[in-house]
Design a protein around this ligand. Structure first.
Ligand code: SAM
Length: 177
């Protein structure tokens, strides 16, 4: 399964940190790529540094139009999941989502354009209460992959954590770079 994410409606400055965290969650929870407006190019630098230290090829692509990305992915047979508290309960839809092959997950910032509800193959609610795109994305990705995303290894990492009960155990690959 390939999972990609689109962040729409980022507000200048105010949403920088949240957008960075949406990208970090997407990467750590098994998505391959995130599309976002080029509101703050530093977000890409931050994620590039994370890839450099912790491995993998997670990509940030700047887009001009979320609609263009959604239409393009639909043509490539991706299913579009829009995260919204007004959607179908994740508990009811998760088994269906697990059967899909390629997914594009759309998360908002402020009020999202009405059209996205129509473009979406699935409007999915992580509970019908307002919370955040960061928590929504994390829970969606975990429900779809059922925890298996945490067995993924990130290729060519400089640093790798050995899970440990107490303290920090980090293996540093001196031969890389
Ligand atoms: N008031 C906004 C609206 O009506 O679209 C919601 C803004 S919310 C801070 C930002 C994003 O978080 C939403 O666009 C949605 O993607 C996500 N989100 C928040 N609560 C959610 C929930 N319960 N289920 C799924 N996604 C949620």
């Amino acid at each position: 399964m390939v999972i990609e994410v689109v962040r729409i409606g980022q507000r200048v400055v105010r949403d920088d940190r949240v957008t960075t965290h949406v990208a970090l969650v997407a990467r750590a929870f098994g998505a391959e790529r995130i599309y976002m407006n080029e509101i703050n190019p530093e977000i890409k630098d931050t994620l590039d540094k994370i890839n450099d230290s912790w491995g993998g090829n997670f990509a940030i692509e700047f887009m001009d139009s979320w609609k263009h990305i959604v239409k393009m992915k639909k043509e490539d047979n991706y299913k579009i999941i829009h995260l919204t508290m007004y959607g179908e309960n994740i508990n009811d839809i998760q088994s269906k989502l697990r059967q899909e092959e390629n997914l594009l997950v759309v998360v908002g910032a402020e009020k999202v354009p009405r059209e996205i509800y129509e473009y979406a193959d699935y409007n999915v609610a992580i509970g019908s209460q307002p919370h955040s795109e960061i928590s929504g994305l994390a829970i969606l990705l975990d429900r779809i992959q059922n925890g298996t995303q945490f067995n993924n290894t990130f290729s060519n990492a400089k640093r790798r954590i050995i899970p440990t009960k107490k303290g920090k155990n980090v293996v540093v690959n001196e031969t890389r770079d």
